[in-house]
Ligand binder design. Structure first.
Ligand code: 5GP
Length: 209
C-alpha cells in the first residue's frame, strides 16, 4: 500500500562517460517499478542511433533560445557548446498524474531544479575510478579527440560537485547501480514528510477500545 500518492521527481547527474544512460535504461527495464524519463531538448547534433523524441528533442539554437524567452524550461544549461533543457510542461503533467519522473541532467541544471523543486531527489552517479571514466569516453568512440578531452576536463570539474546531491551511487556494475537507485526511490516514498497525509487518513477513524 502506498501512503505517498505523489510521484517523485528524481534528478540523476554524473560526469560524461559514467554510464548514466545505461543505468537509466536498466532501471526502466525493471517491471516492478514504473518510471517515466523526461526527454530533454538539445541543440547538439544527434549521435548515430539516437532518435528524435526518444533520446532528445533535437532543435536549432534559435528554437531553443526562443523557448528560453517563453519560459518553457524547468531548467536549462550550456554544456560544452550546446544547450540542454528540460521541457516544463511535460514534467508537470506527469508529476500531476502521480508518475515518477526521472531527469538525467548535468550539475548546473540540477541546481536550478533544487531551487524550484526542493522535494525532488538528487542522485549523483559516480565512476568507480577516474581512469574508468576516461576509458569509457574513449571507448564510446562517438566523439572527436577534442570533444573527448573537453568532456573529460568537464568531468573532472563535475565529480567534485557530488556533495550537492542527496545520494551518491557508484556505477561499479549497471545492475548494482540500478538496484541502489530503486532502493533510494522506495525509501524516499516512506519518508515521513511524504507519507504523513496518507497515514493520517488511515488513522482518522481510530477509536479507543
Ligand atoms: P550528452 O551530450 O552526452 O547526451 O549530454 C551531455 C550532458 O548534458 C550530460 O551530462 C547530460 O546528463 C546533460 N543533459 C542532458 N539533458 C539535459 C537537460 O535537459 N538539462 C541539463 N541541464 N543537462 C542535460
Amino acid at each position: 500500500m502506498k501512503l505517498d500518492k505523489k510521484g517523485l521527481l528524481i534528478v540523476m547527474s554524473g560526469p560524461s562517460g559514467v554510464g548514466k544512460g545505461t543505468v537509466r535504461k536498466s532501471l526502466f527495464e525493471r517491471t516492478d517499478h514504473d518510471m517515466v524519463f523526461s526527454v530533454s531538448m538539445t541543440t547538439r547534433a544527434p549521435r548515430a542511433g539516437e532518435v528524435d523524441g526518444v533520446d532528445y528533442y533535437f532543435v536549432s539554437k534559435e528554437e531553443f533560445e526562443k523557448r528560453i524567452q517563453e519560459g518553457k524550461f524547468l531548467e536549462y544549461a550550456k554544456f560544452i557548446d550546446n544547450y540542454y533543457g528540460t521541457p516544463l510542461d511535460i514534467v508537470q503533467e506527469k508529476l500531476d498524474a502521480g508518475e515518477e519522473v526521472v531527469l538525467e541532467i548535468e550539475v548546473q541544471g540540477a541546481m536550478q531544479v533544487r531551487k524550484k523543486c526542493p522535494d525532488a531527489v538528487f542522485i549523483f552517479i559516480a565512476p568507480p575510478s577516474m581512469k574508468s571514466l576516461y576509458d569509457r569516453l574513449l571507448l564510446r568512440g562517438t566523439e572527436s579527440a577534442d570533444v573527448i578531452k573537453a568532456r573529460y576536463d568537464k568531468a573532472c570539474k563535475e565529480v567534485v560537485m557530488a556533495d550537492f546531491y542527496d545520494y551518491i551511487v557508484v556505477n561499479d556494475t549497471v545492475e548494482n547501480a540500478a538496484d541502489k537507485i530503486l532502493a533510494i526511490v522506495r525509501a524516499e516514498h516512506a519518508k515521513l514528510a511524504r507519507c504523513i497525509d496518507g497515514y493520517n487518513e488511515i488513522i482518522k477513524d481510530r477509536k479507543a477500545k
